[in-house]
Design a protein around this ligand. Structure first.
Ligand code: ADP
Length: 619
């Protein structure tokens, strides 16, 4: 082969080789690039993983330090015993968590609707006094939180709309406070019991982590306050029970004493009547009547109190004249005033004053005040009953020159069984019931009783205040006034039905003394026959009788046409509103409670005899 041909052949081969080499190099380069990209991606992944690991570790470290902090707080709380110290520790824990310079805890007082400072950290005396009580609407974070019912954060007081220009802001500047947060303390069922606040000297916005930890402290604080509230309630209840128990013991001792007092002379009186000289009898009977009256008063008062407390007293409101009511009260208290040789003065308005009230109950209040005045005023003292109209009220003053009441006892004496003291020199008998009863009765009439006293031996003034009523038309007469209006009395035919022979016969004898005709039936099954035979104007009927009780007898009498106009009065040991309702339902016109005073029967008979029986309805 010629040399040129060989040369050409070699060049061709070389170029093929070159291009083959180039293809090879390009392919290898592409492969290497891919591998490089892979390595870069792997490197990035590794870097990311490393970063994540570092982050997790720092989160773990934060959580660990939070947990440690909370653990330390819990340990600290377990160590402390006094509730005040616990509050203090919680405030301090809150300031540590929030990295704040000041902190405070308040307790919510629902009666005042305000927050009271109970623990604080870092505030000076002036600030403590200034924010002792905070009401809703105050220009503070706690005032605002109380108003809106949720956490309030103010990062800069100088730029806060509801704080700017307020007196609180001036106080905040003085105390060096620039920012604060207040978190309401809520019980597990959402009741507000207090507030925890942290304050900073510079602008501040607490982080979510800080607030989360603070919420744990707030939970503990709310539980603590709630526990304390329950403990206080229990303590108060225990104290009240102890006091009630003490009152009960004192009351039982006084009751035994008060009941024994009249029993002894009554017992002696009975012996005297049996073995003594006949001429002594009237004096003995007077004494026994007085003592019995005293016992009846005690028992009546006790019954009234229990009936008022159980809401069983219904007032019989009517238009009554003040004078008529006062007359009844004065008449009832007169014997004691006279016995103590007191100078008694009565000064009531000339003009008619009308009340819309239960006359008997108002008379009971006034008579009780007069009775006390007489009881607690030494012999020969002065007692005055004066009434005056002021605005829409009448003021009935009972003034005495007696032993007086210490200022500290003035609010106490209206409590049931309360007496100024049990010392012998003050003791005048009584159960400590009268004023409690009078106060309740006055309040049931939309009135009240006030008392003032100069103190020991300086006398007392009790004032019954009652709303006055419009004067009625001329035709309206009060029951109380009517009961004291003289009537043209006539002799009545009275049938007494009572299985207690002694009671029936003595009552019959008394009625005969007053001039009435009497028929006594002791067997209730014969009452109807007796009535048909005797044709009475009035039947006085015992209720508790064997075989046929008083209710049944009344129904028999009422179903007999020939006895249509007969007036039936029940005599019973029971006097509740329910008993009175039952007697009314049986057709009985009047209900008297044993032991009945003769004057009550005589009054009732006078009204029947004067044809005024409708007014003598039972109270
Ligand atoms: P009682 O007189 O039966 O003890 P009250 O309820 O009527 O009960 O009175 C309560 C207490 O108030 C009395 O025990 C007495 O200590 C005091 N008190 C009431 N009235 C007077 C008064 N006019 N002067 C001085 N103390 C009085």
């Amino acid at each position: 082969m010629p040399a040129t041909l060989i040369e050409r052949f070699k060049r061709q081969e070389l170029s093929v080789f070159n291009s083959a080499m180039e293809t090879l190099v390009a392919a290898r380069t592409a492969e290497l690039r891919k591998e490089l990209a892979l390595v870069v991606a792997q490197k990035q992944e590794l870097e990311l993983a490393l970063q994540r690991k570092n982050q997790g570790q720092s989160q773990l470290e934060t959580a660990l330090s939070d947990a440690q902090l909370l653990h330390e707080i819990s340990a600290m709380l377990i160590d402390e015993n006094s509730i005040g110290e616990l509050y203090q520790k919680l405030v301090e824990a809150a300031t540590v968590i929030m990295r704040s310079e000041f902190g405070s805890m308040q307790r919510y007082d629902p009666t005042k609707g305000a927050l009271q400072l109970i623990a604080q950290h870092g505030l000076d005396e002036e600030a403590v006094a200034y924010w002792q009580w905070v009401k809703p609407g105050r220009a503070t974070t706690c005032g605002k939180a109380l108003e809106v019912g949720e956490r309030v954060i103010v990062s800069d007081f100088e730029a806060c709309e509801f704080i700017s220009g307020s007196e609180d802001l001036i106080a905040f500047r003085k105390a060096g406070v620039r920012a604060a947060q207040s978190t309401p303390l809520l019980t597990r069922n959402g009741r507000l019991v207090g507030m925890i606040t942290t304050h900073w000297t510079s602008k501040q916005l607490p982080s979510a982590r800080d607030l989360r930890l603070l919420d744990i402290i707030a939970r503990q604080a709310a539980d603590l306050i709630e526990r304390n509230i329950s403990a206080e309630a229990l303590r108060n209840q225990a104290e009240r029970l102890l006091e009630a128990d003490r009152y009960k013991d004192e009351f039982l001792a006084t009751l035994a004493h008060e009941l024994r007092n009249p029993l002894a002379p009554i017992k002696n009186g009975l012996t005297l009547l049996r073995i003594g000289k006949p001429e002594q009898a009237p004096r003995v009977v007077d004494m026994m009547e007085r003592q019995l009256g005293h016992m009846v008063r005690l028992v009546d008062d006790l019954l009234d109190v229990s009936r008022i407390s159980s809401g069983k007293v219904n007032l019989k409101h009517e238009r009554v004249m003040l004078k008529a009511v006062i007359d009844i009260a004065v008449e009832a208290s007169h014997p004691l005033i006279q016995a103590n040789e007191h100078n008694f003065k009565l000064a009531i308005p000339e003009a008619d004053v009308w009340l819309y009230a239960d006359a008997t109950r108002i008379a009971q209040i006034v008579s009780n005040l007069l009775h006390n005045a007489a009881k607690y005023t030494p012999v020969g003292g002065h007692i005055e009953l004066a009434a005056e109209v002021a605005g829409g009220d009448v003021l009935i003053h009972v003034v005495d020159t007696g032993i007086g009441i210490p200022a500290a006892m003035l609010p106490q004496i209206f409590k049931l069984f309360a007496q100024v003291d049990g010392s012998a020199e003050r003791s005048r008998g009584g159960l400590g019931v009268g004023l409690a009863l009078s106060k309740q009765l006055a309040e049931m009439h939309r009135g009240r009783i006030d008392v003032v006293s100069g103190g020991d031996k300086l006398g007392s003034t009790f004032t019954l205040v009652l709303p006055i009523a419009q004067a009625p038309g001329a035709a309206v007469m009060s029951a109380a006034a009517a009961a004291h209006t003289p009537s043209d009395e006539r002799s009545l035919r009275i049938l007494i039905v009572d299985d207690n022979v002694d009671a029936a016969e003595t009552l019959g004898a008394l009625m005969e003394e007053v001039g009435h005709s009497i028929c006594v039936v002791v067997d209730s099954t014969k009452a109807l026959a007796g009535a048909l035979n005797f044709v009475p104007d009035v039947v006085i009927l015992d209720l508790g009788m064997p075989y046929l009780d008083g209710f049944a007898v009344a129904r028999q009498l009422r179903s007999e046409p020939g006895l249509g106009g007969v007036y039936i009065a029940a005599l019973s040991g029971w006097g509740t509103d329910d008993d009175r309702r039952r007697t009314r339902e049986a057709g009985i016109d009047h209900h008297m409670v044993k032991p009945v005073k003769l004057v009550e029967i005589v009054d009732m008979l006078s009204l029947v005899s004067a044809g005024n029986a409708a007014i003598a309805s039972p109270r």
